[in-house]
Design a protein around this ligand. Sequence first.
Ligand code: AMO
Length: 489
Amino acid sequence: MKRTLSIETVHKVGEEVMLQGWVNTRRDHGKIMFLDLRDRSGIVQLVFSTSQESPSTSLGTGKPTSEVSQIRAEDVIEVTGMVKERPATMVNPKIPTGSVEVEVKELTVISKAKELPFPIDTDGYDINEEVRMKYRYLDIRRPRMARNLRIRSKVTTFIRDYLTELDFVEVETPMLTKTTPEGARDFIVPSRLQKGKFYALPQSPQQYKQLLMVAGLERYFQIVRCFRDEDPRKDRAYGEFTQLDLEMSFVTQEDILQLIENMFTALVIKLFPEKHISTSPWPRIPHKEAMATYGTDKPDIRKDKNDSNELAFSWTIDFPLFTQQSAEDFYHGSGAAKFAPSHHMFTSPHPDDISLLNTDPMKVRGLQHDLVLNGYEVGGGSIRIHQKAVQEKVFDLIGFSQKQKAQFEHMLTAFTYGVPPHGGIAPGIDRLVMTLFGEPTIREVMAFPTSASGQTSVMDAPSEATDEQLKELGITSSKSPVGHFTKKT
Ligand code: AMO
């Protein structure tokens, strides 16, 4: 018999069905036992009767098997039985299948479950996070987590459809690549074929997306994994996270802002109808004004911060092109430099300020735009430099040595073959979804996040490599893993 989903039982009253899923709850009422069966569509009540003469004829005549009494929550079972309307007094209006129940005729236990390490019928916020991550596959059975992953998938599907409709091309860019100077430490991967050399995992596909503009694609996007070795926070994942990376040619900053505003407004209307965007069009706040008024470049401009359904989007624009931080802070190992880019080194100076690059670089505004939602920076981007000379000038100002400049030779070379003016943005999918859902941390919207100490969910990484693996890579490890040190006496 073909499997029926629990949600479909409401349309199958009077029919015999076969259901498969997990035992959500079990309730014994003397001669009658109820199980709630859970599958991906929700739950439905199963009725087992221990006597032929059921106390209420409407409550089923299913014969129990010896296995029935052994069944416990989270066992995986298969049942066949008859779908029946519940008596009016027994209808449960809280669940979509509350008007029916399945009178079980046959039961098979497919897989038994041990007692779970924590409850999954609660929201789970108060459970130790390490334990939740160790058993993440159980934690995701929690309705809140399962819902988060499902809605997140709807968000990315919406974005894909929306952009594809607008002639954007989704392109995958390499994961084994060269460092992208985004501001965090890189994860590096040793090369076996060229011993002593390393790949870097991309902090973002910044250079590739610009090269795709030189390649003439004009409209690119990618829902892409990015890797950054930086300290985690509640809105910042350690290790890896996901961006909606996009780039367009022959556009102004206005075009980028409009596209994102239109797309996310349509997304909220379609997927979060209970939420409202507090101000439209979204306010555009110059960086200077944001700092003076709110003391931050990502102001929370909600009108009522107690309203969990309010979404206050805004743009922060007119950032200074440079900040005075040391180069060490934004690009490791580049030595002392006076100026560091506010966003990244490919951001275009404001055209009115180009001459200031020679005279007063700190006064130069950049064509950077940050997308802010309820006080979180949920996206960042800019119009890019597309003139070789300007790019070289910025490299000089941030104190690049000849050797460092040589690392970006491919960009400068590409800029000599006919480069369209271009720009883009990269909203952080995890952070955006976290804010849309009102979740307290980014890890609540990621399937298998890494812990604050860099430990992966479920799988015990990072772990040691074998001597053979290291030898093949031409690497010797000078550090024993913590715990293997012998105590000095
Ligand atoms: P930026 O570094 O500003 O820009 O990153 C863009 C957006 O990515 C998200 N984000 C993160 N989310 C979770 N965990 C992290 N560790 C993390 N780091 C960043 C944020 C941020 O706004 N290549 C440029 C984009 C461009 O210029 O088009 C870039 O990566 O939401």
